[in-house]
Design a protein around this ligand. Structure first.
Ligand code: MG
Length: 354
């Protein structure tokens, strides 16, 4: 028999190459290893240790939230959004998840030599529309240009600042057994919209990204007098990763009812086609809230009254760890009564989605 050349390949990224891989930016296990093994030991203080979407610091008697994020989305324009509005909403959402009212943004642009000025103008116009929608002001910024081939036309970094106007602490450390988990709407739209745009796939009805600001939802929750324990916007790694991160940080277990989790039929069909689990697909306009179970319905109704939270549902609850349930365990009950443990993915199912 003639000798045939073949190479064994594993689709799961392995992080023993000593080099940065796409999965290190995917929000999954490899990114957390990079954080825990390299970045946090060198820089950790109480702010980073909180493992939150942003930090809340005291400045001259005021509590101020700060969050930063970089955007490398590919493609730059996709159904339902573009890198410009993503760079505004993504950072605004991280500030809002600290329970703060977003007020100011910085804008860092990294442009590639040769990128059309008309394209940059489109991105800036999208940024302007987004900041007007949220009511934040871009107060400082920076522009850099890298050589042709060393960027992907436009990368953006934004830092957001906001004011905490209540006495409460909203952070993973506040989550406790007995909390209910509320999800603001259907999951998986952003990742599927990006994938469809990237692959040039057309479905019967176009799947739009859910890209949206969430600060009004947070305002509605706080305005309704709900005792909010923790908030998280669901981006890379989707709902499952958001739940796992919070369960691990709080040392509790979370169980969700898979049947209660809304997934649009087109998104479910696309996920089946691509072999994706919608629980792990990225969103850019969805969040989860942890509140005391007795206040769950009030919290859900407050979120559902805002357009960005119209599909809000209670999806699960927080339990004490113990017995077969280890701290940080997240499980999903299926419609047939079986339970599966949701584990953190190695990287993101789809790289460069935000
Ligand atoms: Mg976030």
């Amino acid at each position: 028999m003639a000798e045939r050349e073949f190479e064994l390949a594993c689709p799961v990224p392995v992080d023993d190459s000593g080099r940065v891989q796409l999965a290190h930016g995917g929000g999954g296990r490899m990114m957390h290893r990079l954080l825990d093994g390299l970045i946090l030991p060198a820089l950790a203080g109480p702010g980073l240790a909180a493992r939150h979407d942003g930090a809340v610091v005291s400045l001259g008697g005021a509590r101020v939230a700060i969050a930063t994020d970089s955007y490398v989305a590919s493609p730059l324009f996709f159904p339902g959004g573009d890198i410009g509005c993503l760079a505004v909403y993504g950072t605004v959402n991280d500030v809002a998840m600290c329970g703060a009212r977003p007020t100011h943004l910085s804008l860092g642009l990294i442009l590639e030599e040769g990128a059309p000025i008309a394209l940059v103008r489109r991105v800036i116009e999208s940024i302007r529309t987004a900041v007007e929608r949220v009511g934040v002001e871009v107060v400082t910024g920076d522009t850099k240009v890298v050589d042709r081939g060393k960027g992907d036309q436009v990368f953006i970094n934004t830092t957001g600042v906001g004011v905490v106007e209540h006495e409460g602490v909203i952070a993973p450390s506040q989550v406790r057994a007995g909390d209910a988990v509320i999800l603001s709407g259907d999951v998986g739209r952003h990742g599927v919209a990006m994938m469809s745009a990237r692959e040039g796939l057309a479905f019967e009805s176009e799947i739009q990204s859910d890209c949206a600001p969430l600060h009004e939802l947070v305002r509605a929750l706080l305005g309704a007098g709900v005792e909010v324990h923790c908030l998280r916007d669901l981006t890379r790694g989707g709902l499952a990763t958001g739940l796992i991160e919070i369960a691990q940080a709080a040392g509790v277990c979370v169980e969700v009812d898979e049947v209660a989790i809304p997934v649009a039929p087109q998104v479910r069909a696309a996920c089946e086609l691509f072999g994706l689990d919608p629980m792990y697909v990225a969103n850019e306009g969805r969040m989860i809230a942890f509140v005391p179970a007795a206040q769950a319905e009030r919290a859900r109704a407050a979120m559902a009254a805002a357009p960005e939270g119209a599909g809000a549902v209670v999806i699960g609850q927080v339990d004490e760890a113990g017995g077969e349930r280890w701290p940080g365990q997240v499980s999903a009950r299926s419609g047939f009564g079986s339970r599966r443990v949701l584990d953190m993915l190695s990287g993101e199912q789809l790289p460069r989605i935000c």
